[in-house]
Write a protein that binds this ligand. Structure first.
Ligand code: G3P
Ligand code: MG
Length: 251
């Protein structure tokens, strides 16, 4: 059996920062997750119209900001004028959209590991993969542990591999895992898979881990399920549940 590659990351990862109790993908969410003991954050990154890497889940800003329309159609200056906190609660009114640069500064200063999910706007897969990987290489230069890059987009992962091959990459899969996952990982030079827990079974987890790959599972919000997946040997779980699955109480 091949050696299991090192997982230089914690077992618990806060999803979108602490993206339920605070506005997702903001610095406020990262700070809240950190206050609950999380030492690794997952967050979604895409490009503004003028190529600035920002944290945002959806293509459009409507759900999580005071604005409307696609992020890819707005310059960073336009995005920076929007309120990304008030939609969540008054406490967070005025929260700005973070740049990847600002989140790198915060996480590195606080010893927090990063899972950067490359979340390209439609049609910008290669450009986003390339730019995010290049920027991550620059921002994390000299860091003791590199960020884990992940994406549902194989085009983005391939571009990231070409731009910064040394940064670890994981393939995200939304639903059923296709049988050819080993060759996909090989082609993309990925260290492993980041899977939807609803489609993660024990035989699949064993196959991935026995093949020497890493396995992180999302979005796991039931403590018993989180424990089960970790007992199976999964390297990490990604959670919204920063209270009941908090590192302070859970493991
Ligand atoms: O990276 C794991 C998870 O964040 C993938 O789904 O839609 O929450 O970005 P989503
Ligand atoms: Mg994500």
């Amino acid at each position: 059996m091949p050696d299991t590659p090192t997982w230089p990351y914690p077992k618990l990862i806060a999803h979108r920062g602490a993206g339920r109790q605070a506005p997702e993908n903001t610095l406020a969410a990262m700070r809240l997750g950190a206050r609950h003991g999380f030492t690794m954050m997952e967050y979604d990154v895409k490009l503004s119209q003028d190529g600035v890497a920002v944290l945002l889940h959806d293509d459009a800003v409507d759900r999580t900001s005071s604005g409307a329309g696609d992020a890819a159609g707005k310059t960073f200056k336009e995005l920076a004028l929007l309120d990304f906190g008030a939609w969540h609660s008054r406490d967070y009114a005025g929260e700005p959209i973070p740049t990847l640069q600002s989140i790198a500064a915060y996480t590195l200063a606080n010893g927090i590991r990063s899972n950067i999910e490359i979340k390209p706007s439609a049609g910008a897969e290669a450009e986003t993969g390339r730019q995010v990987a290049r920027l991550a290489r620059e921002l994390w230069a000299g860091a003791d542990v590199p960020p884990l890059l992940s994406s549902f987009s194989e085009i983005a992962l391939e571009a990231a591999m070409q731009a910064a091959p040394e940064l670890p990459r994981a393939l995200l899969i939304e639903r059923e895992v296709p049988g050819d996952w080993p060759s996909r990982l090989r082609r993309l030079g990925c260290v492993g898979l980041n899977l939807n827990h609803k489609y993660t079974t024990l035989p699949l987890a064993r196959a991935v881990l026995d093949a020497g790959h890493t396995l992180a599972v999302w979005t796991v919000n039931e403590p018993a399920r989180a424990q089960e997946l970790l007992d199976w040997g999964c390297n990490a779980i990604v959670t919204d549940e920063i209270q009941t699955i908090s590192p302070a109480y859970f493991i």
